[in-house]
Write a new protein. Sequence first.
Length: 195
Amino acid sequence: MRYSICMIPKIKENLSSYKPSGPIAGLPQAAVLILLHETSEDLNVIYCLRSNNLPTHAGEVAFPGGKREEIDETLKETALREAQEEVNLELKDVEVLGEISSVQSRFGLSVTPYIGILKSNTLIADGKEIAEVFSVPLNFIKNNMQKEQKSENWDNKKVFFPFFEFENKMVWGLTAYMTVEFLKLLDIEIDLTRK
């Protein structure tokens, strides 16, 4: 099955009844933007390849976003400001539909994802923090998402983490987990339990 513009009304409908958990209290706050871009064949998810020169998460795939700053009145503003800085997002080119539940990063950040529809796919990596911007068809993600068990403990448990590889780029960790949570808005469930 191909995913196209017909999925956007479904996302909007499911978000209207969705009850996000909100930011996690007591943790530094961050926000990301899960940008979607439609083509005639599929709905695409936009990802960023972070620069190898960064002190944290160097060379990793992420969504545009970052830590909340004092100038940000809301976390939505954080996500949009960071996307402007990192991928030259024009605010007129995005419709933010809503947020999904916040998650805790392994570095102790509360990260709130926002879902946005990109009206014009003219994003450009800033070259400092972001080395490349690329899009992945939803159909590819659905059919290629896998899971792996990490030996490290998370709350004293071994945990399965989702991941997929696209054109030699590994999407894993928190970014893949937020992708899985986003897929639920399309009633696509990825089983991350042990088989």
